[in-house]
Structures are given as structure tokens and as C-alpha cells.
Ligand binder design. Structure first.
Ligand code: PNS
Length: 345
């Protein structure tokens, strides 16, 4: 494998370590042809493997490159290749998990002009979506993201446009910033348990936003009956058929969580006047901490305007019927769990 063009043209790259899947010459050549003269500013090479994509970009004029990889042998190959291409001083090699590194970069407000994401095929379906939703936030205006994947990306994983080309078993998608800027909304709550009202809000939010992350958090003013993992499991069960919804546990501040998820919006349900004061206070405080994050309220449907998790807990703890108050799929589980509790209202 050699660098195709630029200052390091012809440089022979180190042998590919076992277990690392290199981008074939054919794919690399075609990716770089499609990118044309697109080489200035900073490059981020995720799941860098041998670093061939980032190094090719450096050779063609990109100023600096950050390589992220967790495999030890691959890291050694990247360092060797940087030496061979004589670009060591323009490169940063980060050893670690892509998810964690992205979290740090988002917090630091880093921006890149070109991002390569070439995840190992076996994690493509699950991890790609989670990672991609954050890449738009790291992309500088006018930048491009190049995604290599072993399978066609699911509809809705990223923007709907983005040109995808297939080379044998490899799919390459090149996206502009406008095509990656999914509107990601975080829908936070303690969900103890998730109610029919919550589900209604989640469904309606999923129609407005590209992706909704349900954040199962802790309200310090309430002590939950169910552990967070169990509350998340119930939500998973009732939202399984909504494609653009994912569920995460949230520790710490909502604004930090939203930043980490690359979210631009907090979405909450609003019932009667009584909700308003506390929601208004939270929205203002969150806005003080993270002004770019907007809070959007969806009005509860009339039939849910009286419904709350605490009412469900109270009714269930006295053996009352919570049918219609919680989604049918978890009716029995909620009855069992909360009938034994003291309701903790
Ligand atoms: O369903 P709830 O109990 O009304 O949910 C409240 C929750 C979890 C959304 C809220 O307490 C929260 O955002 N907690 C995270 C901690 C935080 O960011 N607090 C500052 C907001 S004022």
C-alpha cells in the first residue's frame, strides 16, 4: 500500500497488522478523487487502522491530523507510517475508544474540515449511528465526512442525502455539513415508570426531530422506586418500534449529557399550569449553562393532562388499575413492581 498523491506520494506504508482491515487502494483512490481538491485545515481519522486515510490527506495538503485508534498494533503501524511519510510533526495519535474521544472533543469544541470514519464492519450497524450523530457537531463549515461501512447505512442514521457508492463489499458515503446536521433532541426524565403520557410525547417528538435520545436521569428531589437500568428497560420495551429513538442513562447535568450526545434541543412534555413554574426554572438554568441548547415543550394530549408517574405509583401501590395510564406492553410489569412498593409519592 502506498500514498497515492502529494508530498509523500509513493511512500510505502507498513504492513497491515493482523485483525486490522485496511481501506483497499481502489476505495482510497476513489474517495480521494471524489474529494477533489478538498484538503486544507484539520483532519480527524476515526478507527484509523494504519492511518492511511489521514496520512493521504496530510500528504495532499491538510494541515494537521488526529488519528483515533484503540488497537495497540494498529497504533504502532500509524506511528511508523507517520514517520515514513515525514508528517509526524503534523499528527496527533490518540489511543482510545472513539466514543470517549468524541465526548472530549465535543466538550473542548474541536472542529475538523475532514472526518474519516471507518468503523470495523462488525460494529457498523450499532455503533455507527451513535457516533455519526455527533460528527456533525465536530465538522467545520464547508467540511466533509467520509464514512466507510460494510453495509448500507440505515435510512435515518444520518441525513437523507449524502452520496453513497459501493465498491464490492464496501460502502462509502460522503456527507456535507448540511447533510449531517441532524436535529438531535434529548427527552429527559426520571420515568419511574414511563407512562402513556411520556410515550405520547416521545412519539410526537420522534416525528419532529431526526433523532430523540431518551435520558433516564435522576431528579435529586425524588428518590426513584426502580433503579435507572430497570426504568430504561421499560422504556426500551415500549419504544422498540420507533426507529429514531434511543435510550441512555444520564448521570450529572442534563446540559453536559446533551453536549455529549451532540443534541441541540431538550424536549419536554408540558401538562397543566402546575408544570410550568418548575419547567420554566429548569429551562432558564439550563440556558444559562448552555445558551445554544433550546428547550422545546410539547403540550400533553388532553387525555394525559392529569397523568403522572407519581399517580401511577400511588394507584399501583394500592393495587388499583393502571390500564391506560401506562403503555399496555408493560402493564403487568408495572403492576408487579409497584404493587409491592410504598408508592414513594
Ligand atoms: O421526570 P422528572 O423527574 O421531572 O425529570 C427531571 C429531570 C431528570 C429531567 C431533571 O431533574 C434533570 O434534568 N436532572 C439532571 C440534573 C440537572 O441537569 N439539573 C439541572 C436542571 S435545573
Amino acid at each position: 500500500m502506498r500514498i497515492i498523491a502529494g508530498t509523500a506520494r509513493g511512500t510505502r506504508l507498513a504492513a497491515v497488522p493482523k485483525g486490522v482491515r485496511p481501506t483497499s487502494d481502489r476505495v482510497r483512490e476513489s474517495v480521494f478523487n471524489s474529494l477533489g481538491q478538498f484538503f486544507s485545515g484539520d483532519v480527524l481519522d476515526l478507527y484509523a487502522g494504519t492511518g492511511s486515510l489521514g496520512i493521504e490527506a496530510l500528504s495532499r495538503g491538510s494541515q494537521r491530523a488526529v488519528f483515533v485508534e484503540k488497537d495497540r498494533r494498529a497504533l504502532a503501524a500509524i506511528r511508523e507510517n507517520l514517520r515514513r511519510a515525514k508528517v509526524v510533526d503534523r499528527a496527533e495519535v490518540v489511543a482510545g475508544d472513539v466514543g470517549r474521544v468524541l465526548h472530549r472533543m465535543l466538550t473542548d469544541g474541536r472542529q475538523f474540515n475532514l472526518i474519516f470514519a471507518d468503523p470495523p464492519y462488525r460494529i457498523a450497524a450499532t455503533e455507527v449511528g451513535g457516533v455519526l450523530s455527533r460528527l456533525g457537531a465536530l465538522l467545520a463549515p464547508g467540511g466533509r465526512i467520509v464514512i466507510e461501512s460494510g453495509e448500507a447505512l440505515a435510512e435515518g442514521t444520518i441525513g437523507k442525502k449524502g452520496a453513497t457508492r459501493r465498491y464490492g463489499g464496501t460502502y462509502v458515503t460522503i456527507l456535507e455539513r448540511s447533510e449531517t446536521t441532524m436535529i438531535v433532541a434529548v427527552c429527559p426524565g426520571s420515568f419511574d415508570p414511563v407512562t402513556a403520557g411520556h410515550l405520547d410525547i416521545i412519539r410526537r417528538a420522534s416525528k419532529i426531530f431526526d433523532h430523540v435520545v431518551i435520558a433516564v436521569g435522576a431528579n435529586l428531589r425524588k428518590k426513584p422506586v426502580l433503579p435507572a437500568v430497570e426504568r430504561a428497560r421499560l422504556i426500551e420495551k415500549v419504544t422498540a418500534e420507533i426507529e429514531n429513538v434511543s435510550i441512555e442513562l444520564m448521570e450529572g447535568l442534563l446540559v453536559d449529557f446533551a453536549r455529549d450526545q451532540g443534541a441541540q434541543v431538550i424536549v419536554k412534555g408540558l401538562r397543566a399550569v402546575s408544570d410550568f413554574e418548575s419547567e420554566f426554572e429548569q429551562a432558564q438554568l439550563n440556558r444559562t449553562m448552555y445558551p445554544e441548547l433550546e428547550t422545546v415543550f410539547i403540550m400533553a394530549s388532553a387525555e394525559h393532562s392529569f397523568l403522572s408517574s407519581s399517580a401511577v405509583r400511588e394507584i399501583a401501590s394500592f393495587g388499583g388499575d393502571v390500564r391506560g395510564l401506562v403503555p399496555d406492553g408493560i402493564l403487568e410489569t408495572v403492576r408487579e413492581i409497584y404493587s409491592g412498593s410504598d408508592g414513594n409519592i
